[in-house]
Design a binder for this molecule. Sequence first.
Ligand code: FO1
Length: 322
Amino acid sequence: MIDHAAKRSVLALSGGVGGAKLALGLEDVLPAGELHVLVNTGDDFEHLGLHISPDIDTLLYTLAGKANPSQGWGLEGESWHMLEALAQLGGETWFQLGDKDLATHLWRTHRLAGGQALTAVINELASQLGVASRVHPMSSDPVRTTVHCRSESLPFQRYFVEQRCQPEVTGFSFEGIGNARPNREVMTLLRNGAFSQIVVCPSNPFVSIDPILQLPGLWQALADNPAPVTLVSPIVAGIAIKGPAAKMMAELGVPVTALGVLAHYCRHYPGLVNNFVIDASDATLASSIDEPGVNVVVASTVMKTRDDKQSLAHAVLDLVEG
Ligand code: FO1
């Protein structure tokens, strides 16, 4: 195993819970401050007058060691008095906001109303929570994911939380993406050659990573960058490690395998992926992957323990030095 202390920074692209696991492993094995995470904000929404950034908060809480371990989202040791009182008033309680988590939403909404950019507010929150890595919203401009289903189109959180991902999906759109500017600091770091590797975490390709890559100019900037791009498959042995990715692939007619994941990225972002990490249980698929320029790597990608997260992080980082 290589000592990663001497190397440059790493940029990880992430959605919420699944991506946060690998981000935590990367943070553990990299020198402090060398991990930058560019996070999806397509599932941000305005709820009860508050600006909620679920994937950003999942990253912040996970890297701060404060995440609820069973849910992956929200804070550990949470209480629910506000939600109970809201229910008594007849308010909407389908989206669960814990009492401590509420402070994050109140603070963010207050700072945004005062004219701060989302990027600056997240920097403040990260520093208050004691997060050593850099957590970057993909953009400070609003992008909102809509899930198109057979019978209706739903804002992302209505589909994901209220409808529990049950409606059959036919596609996705990202409102506002055409005018959204990619995170300026990350674009500058890319231009300056600050990253030794770019890692696409095992997050949902359609609703977590696509909104990031479809920001104007972003995926081309990643593809043109000399730092290799390593994609970790979110599909293992035909199932999604976390969330509805496998269900969505089946409904969209994409093969529910690691091959289907790679085909999605290669079709929409040609030349982006240099390394593709698949799980050991999918090792037999390796010989059937013949995407030009893609190096296939087999590793243990299921991250149940902290050790699992660190081992996968080492396997990914070793690719660049190896
Ligand atoms: N996910 C749920 O499945 N149910 C919830 O009630 C819920 C509340 C919630 C509150 C704050 C927050 O930061 C995240 C929350 N999530 C909840 C997760 C959220 O829906 C994420 O967008 C998904 O996990 C997809 O990344």
